[in-house]
Design a protein around this ligand. Structure first.
Ligand code: NAG
Ligand code: NAG
Ligand code: NAG
Ligand code: NAG
Ligand code: NAG
Ligand code: NAG
Length: 510
């Protein structure tokens, strides 16, 4: 039942391909993209968008991220949000911020191991229709299959039926958007690095973030899909929630309405546990959170200023410029693994292999891939750091984050106690792409307002509970379905941080 190999996704948007992108290449499953491009919806997609987006300033929100080990295991109870209100939300930060905006808190589901992605749940329309969406910082528009879809796969939930929503309004064609052939409605089209595509019409409707969110439903523009190809067609998740930078991003839309601060955070569960949590809006950073600059002018993606990689305490002999090629070092929550430029990969791989004296090199689980795998380690993920070296990423001022083995390995699906490198060469592309694996059990704060990204090692399954505690919410936390035997690794190790941050933290998280 388990797949031969964890699903490999790269939902980094391709830049140049905006209109009629080429058909998906069905064989393009190779580790990634010599074409990390982007389509940019920085262009104004509609001068009238703001008319769709009117709303009073209000709270921000936290959203749980969930997972299921098998596709069918997601229980209704874990998918229903939990109750809490804006007053509770405010308590989270009341010690430091007098009148801060609340935030949306949402669960994450799925996991990288089997699905290659994490999803959250979003409800659209009146009455709300539920969707399971891949959280993707590498793209902007949010979309779901439309009831009118001509080519959509079978996904987790029924297609969005605009005709059943009292509040849906299609976005009418203007000079500012890409119009359909009849010049009636605005359309969108996206192509991703994995070569899947999505296209459809744009419309506005109410987004609800679950009962747990401190944020009231908000009008937002999203895509109603009419055609999907590639992995977008075959995947279980319904669609994508775009968290990137751009007018159509759900983050930009909520920020523009003044309902959340210009920040969001993701916390992906571990190798065995999956799930996690997402916060739309700002969270007060723990004092020892490690920050790195993220220059919005450098590229349209969320970049980090990576300078060095250390393996087993030794700095790899690499020119820091190598991590600044093309789009630089991009954090993409919608990409499964990590991809390094050719030379960096080669040096990294050699350094890792040099440390693995006791392990035996074996073939990967899938003969179609030339995975680098090792047998003879513990099947208990918590014990991997005894066998595999520690890896650190160092940023512009020497500040470092620790990568646990689960941040650079994936489990071999056929051999017990065997693991494979979840870091690959990015083809001939000089971009460094850090996917979700890097962020397992790490709270990653995308502080857009201050142009920086923060990392903090934690147990992301518990983060959710601690946020609940911090907000005095009586609600139960959505639990990931524990269907396996091993506890995840939850190293709370964190490199020292030259933190200039205020000394307040999410209560209960330390
Ligand atoms: C939210 O709470 C209401 C009332 O308790 C319930 O009927 C509804 O199903 C809940 N919605 C979700 C998405 O959990
Ligand atoms: C939200 O933004 C406002 C205005 O920039 C700022 O004063 C406040 O501290 C922010 N809230 C948080 C929690 O960062
Ligand atoms: C867009 O705005 C123009 C003028 O600002 C207005 O005439 C037109 O009706 C608007 N279209 C929509 C779809 O709201
Ligand atoms: C859990 O352990 C049992 C026996 O120890 C084994 O048969 C089973 O395959 C394991 N399940 C998983 C998901 O690893
Ligand atoms: C995994 O290893 C940790 C740390 O050594 C230990 O506490 C835990 O009991 C182990 N779990 C299992 C299932 O063996
Ligand atoms: C992380 O939290 C989850 C949920 O509370 C728990 O099951 C797991 O054992 C924790 N991991 C560690 C290593 O403490």
């Amino acid at each position: 039942m388990a797949w031969a190999r964890p699903h490999l996704h790269s939902l980094l948007l391709l830049f140049l391909v905006f209109f009629y992108s080429c058909a998906a290449n069905p064989t393009a499953r190779a580790p990634l993209s010599s074409t990390v491009l982007y389509d940019s919806d920085h262009r104004p997609y509609s001068a009238n968008a703001s008319t769709v987006l009117v709303g009073p300033a209000g709270p921000a929100m936290i959203l749980p991220l969930f997972h299921h080990i098998t596709k069918k295991s997601q229980s209704a109870s874990s998918s229903s949000g939990t109750l809490s209100n804006a007053k509770h939300r405010k308590n989270l930060r009341k010690s430091s911020i007098p009148h801060s905006l609340p935030h949306a808190r949402m669960g994450l589901y799925d996991d990288l191991l089997l699905d290659g992605y994490y999803t959250t749940q979003l409800w659209i329309g009146t009455p709300p229709q539920k969707f399971s969406l891949i959280v993707d910082t590498g793209s902007t528009v949010t979309y779901v299959p439309c009831s009118t879809c001509e080519q959509c796969g079978n996904h987790e939930d029924p297609k969005f039926a605009p005709e059943l929503s009292l509040t849906y309004e299609p976005m009418k064609c203007t000079m500012e958007c890409n119009c359909d052939v009849e010049n009636v409605f605005c359309t969108y089209e996206r192509q991703y690095a994995e070569m899947s595509t999505s296209s459809g019409v744009l419309g506005g409707d109410l987004f609800s973030f679950g009962n747990d969110s401190g944020l009231d439903p908000q009008r937002a523009v999203f895509g109603c899909e009419n055609v999907e190809t590639g992995d977008l067609y075959t995947q279980h998740a319904d669609g994508i929630m775009g968290l990137g930078r751009g007018d159509l991003s759900v983050v930009d839309q909520l920020v523009d309405k003044g309902v959340i601060n210009d920040s969001f955070a993701l916390c992906y569960g571990g190798m065995e546990v999956g799930g996690g949590a997402m916060v739309l809006g700002s969270v007060s950073p723990p004092p020892d959170m490690v920050f790195t600059g993220s220059d919005p002018l450098r590229s349209p993606y969320y970049n980090v200023d990576l300078k060095e990689i250390h393996v087993a305490g030794k700095k790899l002999q690499l020119d820091p410029k190598i991590f600044n090629g093309k789009y630089g070092t991009v954090l993409d929550s919608g990409t499964t693994y990590a991809y390094l430029p050719e030379q960096a990969f080669s040096v990294f791989k050699d350094a890792i292999m040099k440390e693995l004296h006791s392990l035996k090199r074996i073939h990967g689980p899938d003969p179609n891939y030339n995975d680098i795998c090792f047998a003879g380690a513990s099947s208990n993920v918590s014990e991997l750091s005894r066998t595999f070296p520690k890896v650190e990423l160092a940023f512009e001022k020497g500040q470092k984050i620790l990568l646990s083995p689960e941040n650079y390995l994936f489990r071999h699906s056929k051999v017990n106690g065997a693991y494979c490198l979840g870091v690959f060469q990015n083809g001939k592309d000089p971009t460094t792409l850090l996917g979700g694996i890097i962020a397992r059990n790490t709270l990653v704060v995308y502080d857009r307002e201050n142009a920086k990204v923060g990392f903090w090692k934690t147990n992301c399954s518990e983060l959710w509970e601690r946020l609940q505690l911090a907000t005095s919410s009586p609600a139960p936390s959505p639990q990931p379905s524990h269907q396996n035997n091993h506890t995840e690794e939850a190293s709370s190790v964190l490199a020292p941080s030259p933190s200039d941050l205020p000394h307040y933290a999410l209560r209960g998280i330390t």
